[in-house]
Write a protein that binds this ligand. Structure first.
Ligand SMILES: NC(=O)c1ccc[n+]([C@@H]2O[C@H](COP(=O)([O-])OP(=O)(O)OC[C@H]3O[C@@H](n4cnc5c(N)ncnc54)[C@H](OP(=O)(O)O)[C@@H]3O)[C@@H](O)[C@H]2O)c1
Length: 336
């Protein structure tokens, strides 16, 4: 089968489509004929060797959707033919609070999804939401899981609350906007691109601010009257601006460190407002099931920026790095 193989770590150029052996499902596993995959910023880190415990070559990709085509020992053969979307992690562990030490993702250290097939534990292949194509379903896993756990489990967003989502062009951030809207929140966003801000307004953002404008924090405060929840993947670039726009009992949920790992917090901004900063990463299989139920109930359709055929998966990585504007970059055939 064809797969996107990373052989060295000089960036997306180090990845290419190659022929690999068709994987055989072990006991408890299913083999999924992948109809679509999607990329995350993580694949760019991995292509540059910036990921813990790397070993090469590896098949890239954590997000995938397709059809079960074979089962290993102990798995119900009736599952063959079922359309599924894959939980992107392995071995989350027993606690809903946080993953155990053995937790890892597909596409490093697990097998990757930018391929014609992949084997995963049967319990981690979830039924594809019926209203979504395979390409749309494949846009969900890492990004939608991260956004859903952050907003529902961590921040507990309530209808009517004001939610700020930073860097709205990003894949995770886009789901933050869609989910917060579906939860009944009023959503404010930032981006470095006017075109992206316009697209976010069209998706329901009430206020959209250019983070390159030094006054954006003040404009946010005036437009919102204070934000109850912040969903932020770039605190080093953003916290100083929104810190003074936090409402009483605000919850700031951090999921990334775009722009640098460290940032300054003014303690009174937090304690005088009874505000909290929370960290989150991905989510459990139970969170994934709840996210799929939420997507189905609200008939949410992921925002897809661009779709590339499998043969052009390396171009898709380069596009994610340089050209990407709003939403997810998907790898899929024409009919997916
Ligand atoms: N914790 C987790 O489980 C988890 C899961 C997935 C990703 N992540 C992390 O989250 C980050 C985003 O991932 P992704 O896959 O969504 O990436 P992506 O699709 O490549 O998006 C990156 C986004 O970062 C935004 N950005 C860049 N500079 C910014 C700044 N100065 N202020 C605010 N935003 C800025 C950009 O937004 P604009 O285009 O709007 O300017 C850009 O679209 C990465 O650091 C990634 O490693 C964490």
């Amino acid at each position: 089968v064809k797969a996107l193989l990373l052989r060295s770590t000089e960036g997306p150029q180090s990845a290419g489509i190659e022929e690999i052996d068709t994987p055989l499902p072990r006991a408890g596993e299913v083999r999924v004929a992948l109809r679509a995959a999607s990329l995350n910023h993580r694949e760019l880190w991995i292509s540059r060797g910036l990921y813990p415990g790397m070993s090469l070559p590896t098949v890239m990709g954590a997000d995938g959707a397709g059809t079960i085509e074979a089962v290993g020992a102990g798995v119900d053969p009736a599952l063959v033919g079922r359309d599924v979307v894959l939980y992107p992690g392995l071995d989350w562990g027993d606690s809903e609070e946080a993953p155990g030490t053995g937790f890892g993702l597909l596409g490093m250290p697990g097998p990757g999804t930018v391929a014609e097939s992949v084997c995963v534990p049967a319990a981690l292949a979830f039924a594809k939401p019926a209203h979504l194509s395979h390409a749309q379903a494949a846009a969900l896993p890492v990004a939608a899981l991260t956004a859903f756990r952050a907003l529902s489990v961590k921040a507990r967003v309530k209808a009517g609350e004001r939610v700020l989502v930073t860097g709205i062009g990003g894949g995770v951030a886009t789901f933050g906007l869609l989910f917060a809207k579906a939860m009944g929140a009023r959503v404010f966003v930032t981006s470095g691109s006017q075109e992206t801000l316009e697209m976010a307004r069209a998706q329901g953002a009430e206020g959209a601010f250019d983070y390159k404008d030094e006054q954006w924090g003040k404009a946010l405060r005036q437009a919102s009257g204070g934000v109850d929840v912040v969903f932020d993947g770039a605190p080093a670039a953003s916290f100083a601006a929104y810190g003074r726009a936090l409402a009483t009992a605000a919850r700031v949920v951090l999921y990334g460190s775009t722009g640098g790992p460290a940032f300054t917090v003014s303690a009174p901004d937090l304690f005088l407002r009874h505000a909290s900063i929370l960290g989150t990463a991905m989510g459990s299989p139970a969170d994934f099931g709840a996210m799929l139920d939420f997507v189905t109930e609200h008939r949410i359709e992921p925002v897809i920026d661009r779709t590339f055929p499998l043969e052009q998966a390396r171009d898709a990585l380069l596009y994610l790095e340089k050209g990407h504007r709003f939403g997810k970059v998907v790898i899929a055939g024409g009919e997916a």
